[in-house]
Design a protein around this ligand. Structure first.
Ligand SMILES: [Zn+2]
Length: 168
């Protein structure tokens, strides 16, 4: 996927996720969208920095890199939501192109992608990006309502009961 696709995906995802997290549709929703917008767009642009530094679709397109970015809000209390942009970039590169990305780099240079990918030059690229974004929003909404409150990080009741029921 090219920059335009990644930015389109990140913008739509920020707006949709704003409504998932604050469904009221009033000022709260727009504040949430504003809060999500820049971090997610920055995250969505970050992996392709490896076109200049490292090996493209490898160095910054791997799960270890996503893990490092995910660790920032947990350990340092900053960069919240950037991981969402990085994760959606990976997903779009995996399903939205024939080439794929090296998810386990530097352990392995094998690139994972779907052979059905839509080329970035295709007239269907934007439509495809929107469809992927809607699927992502559906998945995030399911997480928000049934697994964990993404606003606070608090597990939902059923998940909490499951976790406390586990032998430690
Ligand atoms: Zn990429």
């Amino acid at each position: 996927m090219n920059k335009k696709g990644h930015v389109l995906n990140a913008i739509l995802l920020s707006i949709g996720l704003g409504y998932v997290l604050q469904p009221s549709g009033d000022v709260e929703t727009f504040v949430t969208i504003a809060e999500l917008f820049v971090p997610i767009v920055l995250g969505a642009l970050f992996p392709d920095v490896d076109t200049a530094f490292g090996k493209h679709r490898k160095t910054l397109h791997s799960l270890p890199v996503l893990g490092v970015i995910l660790a920032y809000p947990i350990y340092f209390g900053n960069l919240q939501f950037v991981w969402i942009g990085v994760a959606t970039h990976y997903l779009l590169d995996v399903v939205g192109s024939k080439r794929g990305i090296a998810l386990f780099y530097p352990l392995s240079s094998t690139e994972y992608g779907l052979p059905v990918g839509v080329a970035t030059s295709s007239k269907w690229a934007d439509t495809f990006t929107v469809v992927i974004t809607l699927a992502e929003l559906a998945a995030l909404a399911l997480v928000q309502f049934f697994v964990v409150d993404l606003n606070t990080g608090t597990p939902r009741e059923a998940v909490g009961a499951l976790l406390t029921g586990l032998p430690v």
